[in-house]
Design a protein around this ligand. Structure first.
Ligand code: CA
Length: 379
């Protein structure tokens, strides 16, 4: 079997109502997909090649990969990495481009062998993965009614945890917002905050100290993604777990953070870190060092499926008679903000039940991608 074709798609869909995160506002959702086809007619889908990364996939990886055996996933990963590393862009869009192709190769391998990706990874440790609701973004005129209604909706839908933003408003207002959320959802639902790198270490410690009484399970990306000393300063000053890593590429970038225990919770992102291959490497390194892995997920069903497969294989951290989801068992982010792309390119969107998603059982990534919808949403 040989790789015969590589095609990228740039999907875009406007949002009915723009929303804000800690660094700005967005008015549309976008996703970059890659379709890899073999001479046997097997099709694999990957995600992560948005914007300039698509050019890397099409112009650099394409000519190199056509004619190669797609089953050689590790060898091809190294070839792609070597090409990007030598071009000195390994940690940016090159990492995303590798991620997209790598997931497509795993999809092909599973389909060619008639096995789900988790089987090829050594078999799963769990058949469903805990998920928390990501939402509670900033919207115009939201507070308190719309925001608190959204939070109540997640509890009613069965979620056991949810995550909101901090860092986009003056500190007093952010604290008031998080306090209102905690009061609304009660003490039994897990609540996390995400600053999207909006603070420096001292301001992160300042707001973290004010949020400490609200039983915040983790404080995500409190400081700049590359500020390892800032992470260590924040981590030693605050009582809640400190999480990060969604923007890091490859095991080499992660190694500095993991070896210095800059995170309590590592959050590799399958479309940034280097695909299924590299997410597995990072997850096992973190697990070996007693660092919990809770994957970052923000994208289409291709990414959700790839993340589920890897998450289903991560051992508990540590093993115990009754490992707790979120803390010792992986919990995955499940984006609940509106996204036409997420809902339309897969015939049966993922269905959360009692705070869990089932791991797909079909061959490869186990998702049927509707190529017609992909083309309709492409720009
Ligand atoms: Ca985040």
């Amino acid at each position: 079997m040989k790789i015969a074709g590589i095609e990228t798609f740039q999907l875009s869909a406007p949002l009915g109502r723009p929303f804000g995160w800690s660094q700005g506002w967005i008015g549309h959702r976008s996703v970059g997909l890659v379709k890899v086809t073999t001479d046997d007619g097997v099709v694999g889908w990957g995600e992560g090649c948005g914007g300039a990364a698509a050019a890397v996939v099409e112009n650099d990886f394409g000519p190199m990969l056509i004619g190669e055996d797609p089953m050689n996933r590790i060898g091809l990963w190294q070839k792609m990495f070597a090409m990007q590393y030598n071009a000195n862009v390994a940690v940016g869009l090159g990492g995303s481009a590798i991620s997209a192709v790598d997931a497509a190769l795993w999809d092909i391998a599973g389909k060619a062998l008639g096995q789900p990706v988790y089987q090829l990874l050594g078999g799963r440790a769990r058949d469903k993965v805990a998920v928390y609701a990501t939402g509670l973004y900033y919207t115009e005129g939201e507070f308190p009614t719309r925001l608190l209604e959204e939070a109540r909706g997640y509890v009613e839908a069965g979620f056991r945890g949810m995550k909101t933003k901090v860092g986009g408003l003056p500190m007093d207002e952010d604290v008031k917002r998080v306090a209102a959320l905690r009061e609304t959802i009660g003490p039994d639902i897990k609540l996390m905050v995400d600053a999207n790198q909006a603070y420096n270490a001292t301001s992160a410690i300042r707001i973290g100290s004010r949020l400490a009484d609200l039983d915040i399970l983790w404080f995500e990306e409190p400081v700049n993604a590359q500020d390892i000393k800032g992470y260590l300063q924040v981590k030693s000053a605050l009582p809640m777990a400190i999480a990060g890593g969604e923007n890091l590429r490859t095991r080499y970038e992660f190694s500095h953070f993991l070896s210095r225990r800059a995170y309590d919770i590592a959050q590799p992102d399958v479309i940034n870190v280097g695909g299924v291959t590299e997410m597995r490497n990072v997850a096992m390194t973190a697990n070996t060092q007693g660092i919990q892995v809770n994957p970052h997920v923000w994208g289409s069903p291709v990414m959700i499926a790839a993340s589920l497969h890897v998450a289903s294989t991560i051992p508990p951290c540590p093993p115990s008679g009754d490992p707790e989801p979120y803390v010792q068992e992986p919990v995955m982010e499940f984006d609940r903000t509106p996204s036409l792309i997420r809902e339309e390119i897969m015939s049966e969107p993922f269905d959360q039940k009692d705070g869990f998603l089932a791991v797909p059982d079909g061959p490869g990534l186990g998702v049927e991608i509707d190529e017609k919808a992909v083309r309709q949403l492409s720009v």
